[in-house]
Design a protein around this ligand. Structure first.
Ligand code: ADP
Length: 484
């Protein structure tokens, strides 16, 4: 029952995602682009047509007025006598010219429609006259009257009549409309094709991003990147920035995965040896329970290896915390001169068993802003290396001074030195210059300087290392002037 329910949910989900994919963003953008294109086209067309029609109607009215006005000179009324020149034509450029008595009697000319006879006279105004409902013809007309009057005699009217039918005043409009609507599907098709091409081009990098992401997901290959060189020529737009951010994210992911992989490889390698030793020694002790000396020796070895493992796990934990930015800084102003002096004095005591001397020479009251515990831990790591990798009778000298008002600490030892090829690697986890010379260094796990780097980074401290093989090593720390 529940199974069936689960299945149906899955089916629903997949069909929904298919539907979403069907209306891809490309199609949606093209659709809106074409819709806007058609709306603007229709609007422009109707505006143009209606403006053109207005203009043409004004022209038709003006023509009627002009023709009637010109005819006036051919008609004369003087002292009750009406004279009409031969020059008066009763049909000029689509305009019927009639001369009428005041009672409507036609002197010359002809109405094309009977209903026009009933149109009352009105001087000097172009009127539009609609045919009556029962008229067989539905053509409207423009009518324009001019009145001629001499003294008190009854007036004579010159009337111009022209068709106001759409086909007559806007002869080309219907053709243009027809052509437009015939061309419209073709225009829409072109708009769809061009729009789709443009959006496809614009969104091509997005497809590339999706394909790359899918590839990574499928093959777990984090080394793949989106090609962004080609995108730059279109400017650093949103798509370029998305692709770049995606690549940057992959860079970081790849680096951290690689680090993680390396770390677990190294950690398991480091733990394997002490575990093997413990197992071996336990076996040995069990087999020789009667031999007290043998058992004691085995336990001592087991204890030493356990201590090593405990140290290793502590270091690993601290580094893992630092990796996740869990190095919570408790920064405050601290007197670095005092810290260095105290540290030198304390470590000098422990260094005595290695026959090494730790000395300090500090400028007074050099104040920095930092997490005192972490700063001490960082210095302790560097100094203990100076002691560990020193020669009997050697020294570790700490010099603190301000250079260009930058607090600078030099930790210089007279030890075995670090070969040039190893210098860039000393910060890597589990790196030791070579296992042979470190073999007697039981506390040596290759993690100390990684921690130093983490703490220095968190405090924005620059560290330079100078070393000469067989002569000694100097760590030069430049602190931030003011980190408040
Ligand atoms: P370790 O626990 O091995 O000391 P570190 O990370 O502190 O780990 O140092 C990494 C490696 O760099 C050491 O194993 C050592 O070979 C080398 N090294 C560090 N400091 C010094 C130094 N002052 N003199 C010579 N070699 C050094």
């Amino acid at each position: 029952m529940i199974k069936g329910k689960e299945n149906s949910t899955v089916v629903k989900k997949s069909s929904k995602s298919k539907r979403v994919r069907k209306f891809s963003i490309k199609k949606r953008v093209t659709f809106w682009y074409v819709a806007m294109f058609v709306v603007i086209l229709l609007l422009a067309f109707f505006l143009l047509i209606s403006y053109g029609q207005k203009m043409m109607e004004t022209n038709a009215r003006g023509d009627l007025e002009t023709i009637v006005d010109q005819s006036v000179s051919d008609v004369r009324l003087y002292d009750g006598d009406l004279t009409i020149d031969d020059g008066l034509e009763d049909y000029v450029d689509g305009v019927n010219i009639l001369v009428l008595r005041n009672n409507g009697l036609i002197v010359t000319g002809l109405y094309s429609q009977d209903f026009l006879e009933d149109v009352p006279f009105k001087a000097d105004e172009v009127r539009r006259v609609e045919p009556p409902e029962d008229s067989p013809d539905d053509t409207p007309f423009f009518v324009y009257d001019r009145k001629l009057q001499y003294s008190d005699d009854p007036p004579v009217w010159i009337r111009g009549v022209s068709s106001a039918a759409k086909d007559d005043i806007f002869p080309a409009t219907s053709n243009v409309s027809m052509m437009f609507f015939m061309a419209l599907p073709f225009l829409v098709l072109v708009a769809v094709m061009v729009g789709y091409y443009i959006t496809k081009r614009a969104f091509a990098p997005i497809n590339h991003i999706i394909a790359t992401a899918e590839n990574i997901q499928a093959g777990k290959d984090l080394s793949k990147r989106i090609e962004i060189e080609g995108l730059e020529k279109f400017g650093k737009d949103e798509i370029y920035m998305t692709a770049k951010t995606f690549n940057d994210m992959l860079d970081r992911l790849e680096a951290s995965f690689e680090m993680e992989r390396q770390f677990s490889r190294d950690a398991s390698h480091e733990l394997r040896t002490p575990i093997a030793v413990i197992m071996n020694q336990s076996q040995l002790a069990l087999e020789n329970l009667d031999d007290r000396e043998e058992v004691e020796e085995a336990f001592r070895t087991i204890l030493a290896q356990s201590e090593r493992m405990s140290g290793l796990t502590n270091e690993l934990l601290a580094l893992a915390r630092a990796d996740r930015n869990m190095l919570q800084l408790n920064c405050e102003a601290m007197d670095l001169s005092k810290t260095v002096d105290t540290l030198a004095a304390t470590m000098d005591i422990t260094a005595a068993k290695n026959n090494v001397k730790v000395t300090s020479n500090c400028q007074e009251s050099v104040i920095i802003n930092g997490d005192a515990a972490l700063i001490e831990r960082m210095l302790e790591n560097i100094i203990s290396n100076g002691i560990k990798y020193n020669k009997p009778g050697g020294t570790v000298e700490l010099r603190l001074f301000e250079e260009n008002s930058i607090p600078t600490l030099v930790i210089e030892d007279t030890g075995i030195g670090i070969p040039d090829h190893a210098l860039p690697k000393i910060w890597d986890r589990f790196f030791r210059v070579d296992d042979v010379r470190n073999a007697d260094q039981s506390g040596s796990m290759g993690l100390g300087l990684s921690m130093v780097r983490q703490i220095a980074n968190a405090h924005h401290i620059d560290i330079d290392v100078e070393s000469r093989l067989g002569e000694g090593t100097s760590f030069i720390l430049r602190f931030c002037k003011d980190r408040e």
